[in-house]
Design a binder for this molecule. Structure first.
Ligand SMILES: C[S@@+](CC[C@H](N)C(=O)[O-])C[C@H]1O[C@@H](n2cnc3c(N)ncnc32)[C@H](O)[C@@H]1O
Length: 234
């Protein structure tokens, strides 16, 4: 079982830095109305997509590569009775017919081949559409050994500095790239941003053990790991 499998087994909602509290802060700055279409890539168990469908008048589509995440997202959308179209897809080569005004990515891109994902996202965006992404970033001084420890535990394909992120986004063709670094204490979970859990019936002990390892790593690397919010215009 890898890190993402453990998140799926535990059915964790809000599995991104800053949780739903940060998501709300990001969305409130966007103009979102009845004509807006939004795609949540790597939606996990669908906490953010359900929140958007409940609080904004826009059309919401969600996708994730992991079958158990998709299954749990569908359960959530049915329970909340929200009209969200869900796909099981790889963001690196999405085969969606529609184009969207907003693509939202919360702690997803680092797990993928970034060149492929960003080019696929560009195709999924309307002209003048925007990518909103909450991602992990590292300090340029981080050693190769530490980079490898983190990348191999989480299964990150890309672990980038701010300059490297900007370069990849520019290469993909994004025109305006704004970056904010929210102050996040990844060890502190506030009531308002509390994660929710929808446990599977099997392998829960193994999944919890992986989550503990994640907490230990977060503590060890709390100075070196940074979090950023990108807003990029197509
Ligand atoms: C850390 S979780 C975040 C989930 C969700 N965005 C959230 O904030 O709760 C990362 C998610 O990205 C999904 N993912 C990873 N690689 C992907 C890919 N190539 N295509 C689509 N989804 C992917 C995983 O299955 C997982 O659900």
């Amino acid at each position: 079982m890898n890190y993402l499998d453990s998140l799926a087994k535990l059915g964790i909602g809000g599995a991104h830095p800053g949780g739903l509290k940060l998501t709300k802060k990001i969305l409130v700055k966007e103009s979102i109305d009845r004509t807006t279409s939004l795609l949540d890539i790597g939606c996990g168990t669908g906490q953010t997509a359900a929140f958007i469908a409940e609080h904004f008048p826009c059309a919401v589509t969600a996708m994730d590569i992991h079958p158990l995440m998709v299954e749990k997202a569908i359960q959530r959308f049915n329970t909340c009775n929200v009209p969200i179209t869900v796909f099981q897809e790889n963001v690196e080569h999405m085969r969606l017919k529609e184009q969207f005004d907003i693509v939202l990515s919360e702690s997803v891109l680092a797990f993928t081949n970034l060149s492929k994902s960003l080019s696929s996202i560009m195709e999924a965006l309307q002209p003048h559409g925007r990518l909103l992404a909450v991602e992990i970033m590292i300090d340029a001084s981080m050693s190769e050994v530490d980079r490898n420890v983190i990348a191999s535990f989480y299964g990150f394909r890309e672990l980038l500095t701010e300059a490297e992120w900007r370069e990849k986004l520019i290469q993909a063709g994004f025109k305006q790239i704004d970056l904010e670094q929210p102050v996040i204490d990844p060890l502190k979970v506030e009531i308002d941003e509390a994660q929710d859990f929808h446990f599977s019936e099997s392998q829960i002990d193994e999944a919890i053990e992986i989550l503990h390892q994640h907490q230990e790593l977060t503590e060890i690397y709390q100075e070196a790991l940074q979090y950023c919010v990108f807003r990029c215009l197509r």
